[in-house]
Design a protein around this ligand. Sequence first.
Ligand code: NAP
Length: 280
Amino acid sequence: MAVRLDGAALAAKLKERIRREAAALPTPPMLAVVLAGEDPASLVYVRGKERDCAECGIRTRTHRLPAEVSQEELLVLVDTLNRDEDVDGILVQLPLPMGLDSRPILHALSPEKDVDCFHPLNAGLLALGEPRFLPCTPAGVLELLDAYAIPIQGRRCLILGRSLLVGRPLAQLLTTRNGTVTLCHSKTQDLPALTRQADILVSAAGRPDLVTADMVKPGAAVVDVAMNRGADGRLTGDVDFPAVESVAGFLTPVPGGVGPMTRTCLLQNVLRAARFRRNC
Ligand code: NAP
């Protein structure tokens, strides 16, 4: 039976350390959140981030804007937050309402306050292997592997999904750690033949039951990043959990695996931004 990679427990431990380190700063770090519109999932995510920050002694200021906000108004707000000396990190909650283009908004963020690591400068630094911030979900996956002493160096790592948010930056981080990485996507052919070779298999495709037991190498570490909402409202990943549990060596639950780690890595980035800006 696979060992469960317990992201919730690890996140609680890491948050305790973040709380201590935030308390040691002259003033508590501050995260500004930009929330446009009323997307129900976004409202839940922002509430969760506000709560996480409060638990760790990080201040938050959420700027709530109507769905009709214009691109120019958003750019003006980002510019104001960039200049605000009290703000250490800025997070623009995605997706933005229809009609708004997120790219120019994310590119307008000060790279020093870009705690989601979306700015081209930060993405470039990551690609060079000199990251300023670590992208939250990929960093959370690595923290989880490290906490359970799962070796990366020399291991075959396969990622399902090549998004800018998860798959690509994770491929870079695993490569930096000397993993041998295969990045798969919807056009990849004969997926099972590839996945069966993986010592570390990460699924971030957003396709329920994509990963079946016959696709998993016995003893592999299987990390399920996906969060799929079923018709009944239940959250599931990409992995057929009950079947894969008896083949894999390690397996993340959904929920309670990568999700809490992503949230914790955001807090780490806010702390890091505060330290950069205050030279401490
Ligand atoms: P995305 O932008 O939609 O990307 C999905 C990727 O999966 C694409 O590269 C796509 O290939 C690939 N894909 C789709 N079907 C596939 C298949 N049958 N076989 C192989 N690859 C396939 O999604 P995302 O933003 O990266 O998010 C992925 C999942 O992770 C979602 O469920 C999301 O909710 C979840 N997520 C979780 C967290 C967390 O904290 N746990 C954080 C972020 C995202 P193409 O490029 O060819 O289209």
